[in-house]
Design a protein around this ligand. Structure first.
Ligand SMILES: C[S@@+](CC[C@H](N)C(=O)[O-])C[C@H]1O[C@@H](n2cnc3c(N)ncnc32)[C@H](O)[C@@H]1O
Length: 285
């Protein structure tokens, strides 16, 4: 009985391989051409080549809400499939950075063949050398330590830049969302504005000096609002890209929500009370 179970198990494994290998082989030949045919798992400078599955490519670009206004950078572009999908399915401009020169040339040919050669540029370069600061969306399928190495560069990008990573997270920078597809997992972040520190505010209470002191760890924020001589913890503080919001209670026990846009060392927005809506302006000091 035991032996027959083992036998069935072995047949199962053999059948699985019989199914998987032709699919892999088919994928290999789908993305190659008469000039260059990459092999699944071939070595790369910092990470091997394995393409992201079609489902997850779409999910990563969907969760990043890619539109024709975006410039998508795929770091380690492989056969160009993410850059091509960004252009073809979402109308974006896209740049892929790929270290392997044969792979980079193939990716560009794949983009041309897909009819998006005018929107997709594949750069033959190193993701740790090339400048991708103009990206509005960044996609990655690298390795955990490479994500961590890129993290400070990514955190210095324009607040609001969207990041989607296949398989690997960013250490203690927790994702804003997780992406599940049939076979794989992805993670999504929005680069938060840097708001930590002291802000002098007007538009909270006209007669008093108002200071907001913010603490920040990535997209997690909290702080203290001091109106005149009275301090309180701010409530429901949130940051998404350059949008900061927090609540506070005024001296008449009215709840207010401040919603502001942060631009470097200035912020501007609205302070909405139960029966009021005032402009709020802040400067870092
Ligand atoms: C796991 S594959 C991902 C390919 C593609 N982004 C995708 O998701 O289908 C990683 C790619 O990064 C490339 N690569 C490795 N190190 C690199 C580096 N330092 N700079 C640019 N590309 C690199 C490899 O050659 C490989 O094609």
């Amino acid at each position: 009985m035991k032996i027959s179970k083992i036998y069935i198990f072995l047949i199962g494994i053999t059948l699985s391989f019989a199914l998987i290998i032709p699919i892999s082989a088919q994928n290999r030949f789908d993305v190659g051409d008469d000039k260059y045919t990459p092999s699944m798992g071939q070595s790369g400078k910092d990470v091997i080549w394995i393409p992201t599955g079609n489902d997850l490519v779409s999910s990563m670009l969907k969760i990043a809400e890619v539109t024709p206004k975006d410039l998508v950078y795929d770091l380690g572009a492989g056969d160009g499939k993410i850059a091509i999908a960004a252009a073809k399915e979402f109308g974006a401009n896209a740049i892929g950075i790929e270290f392997n020169p044969d792979m980079a040339a193939l990716a560009q040919r794949n983009a041309n063949r897909a009819g998006v050669g005018n929107k997709v540029k594949i750069i033959n370069g190193d993701i740790f050398v090339e400048d991708f600061s103009k990206a509005t969306v960044v996609t990655l399928y690298l390795l955990p330590h490479l994500n961590i190495k890129l993290r400070p560069i990514i955190l210095n990008m324009k607040p609001g830049t969207r990041i989607a990573s296949h398989a690997f997270n960013m250490g203690d920078w927790e994702p804003d969302k997780e992406i599940d597809s049939s076979m794989a997992r992805g993670y999504f972040w929005v680069v938060p504005a840097k708001v930590e520190g002291n802000w002098a505010l007007t538009g909270i209470e006209p007669q008093s000096k108002v200071v907001l002191n913010l603490a920040q760890r990535y997209q997690k924020i909290g702080g203290v609002l001091t109106i005149g001589n009275t301090s309180q913890s701010i409530l429901n503080a949130q940051i998404s890209g350059d949008k900061l919001s927090f609540g506070y209670i005024d001296r008449n026990q009215q709840f207010h929500t401040a919603i502001v846009k942060v631009n470097g060392s200035e912020l501007i927005g609205h302070n909405k009370g139960e029966n009021s809506d005032n402009e709020i302006v802040g400067k870092r000091f």
